[in-house]
Design a protein around this ligand. Structure first.
Ligand SMILES: Cc1cc2nc3c(=O)[nH]c(=O)nc-3n(C[C@H](O)[C@H](O)[C@H](O)COP(=O)(O)O)c2cc1C
Length: 169
């Protein structure tokens, strides 16, 4: 996060303040995000949305992408692990009006990590970097990554991951 004249911002996107609504699957639907915005959070984030689902025009997935006028600035979080797919998904998300696009690199749920998505990306830093690079090349809005300390206690590599991603820019 950078700040100019005390206004917090991510990339060029100005935020109302430094309090964010965290992405929460099953919680952060449009109604919840609008309530949080009305209550004064600095910016909101969607539930994680499947990149594959967006590419396959899955109806339920596309519904999750509906953004309201009064919830900006809004980050849309996607998950996946294939750079080309994530790049295309990022374009769909940008087209839908997202101010920021976040890549989920933290979800530990079995059905997500077994596909190489979510926190599984922390185990393959070059792959994680390739995903972020592809997304950032594909869109003009800021691309962020939500990471964990590491895959497990024996592999706490958050600093290495952050450095690898920051080095791309
Ligand atoms: C019900 C629930 C769903 C969540 N879904 C997501 C998600 O979709 N994407 C994500 O990056 N983190 C997800 N998280 C993690 C939160 O964004 C957050 O990082 C975590 O709850 C730690 O914050 P806390 O200490 O304030 O609870 C979820 C957490 C909860 C409790």
């Amino acid at each position: 996060m950078n700040a100019t004249n005390n206004t917090p911002a991510i990339g060029g996107v100005k935020l109302r303040n430094r309090v964010a609504l965290a992405p929460m699957a099953g919680i952060c639907d449009q109604t919840y995000r609008r309530l949080a915005t009305a209550q004064g959070v600095g910016f909101v984030c969607t539930e994680m949305i499947s990149a594959k689902g967006l590419l396959y025009h899955n109806e339920k997935t596309l519904r999750m992408l509906a953004l309201a006028e009064d919830e900006h600035p809004v980050a849309v979080q996607i998950f996946g692990h294939v750079p080309e797919e994530l790049a295309k998904a990022a374009q769909i998300v940008a087209q839908a009006g997202a101010d920021i696009i976040d890549l989920n690199m933290g979800c530990p749920v079995a059905k997500v990590v077994k596909n190489g998505d979510g926190s599984a990306l922390l185990r393959d830093v070059p792959q994680a970097a390739a995903c972020i690079a592809a997304m950032a090349d594909a869109v003009d809005v800021p691309v962020t990554a939500k990471i964990r300390l590491g895959w497990d206690d024996d592999s706490r590599n958050a600093v290495a991951v952050a450095r690898a991603l920051a080095c791309l820019f």
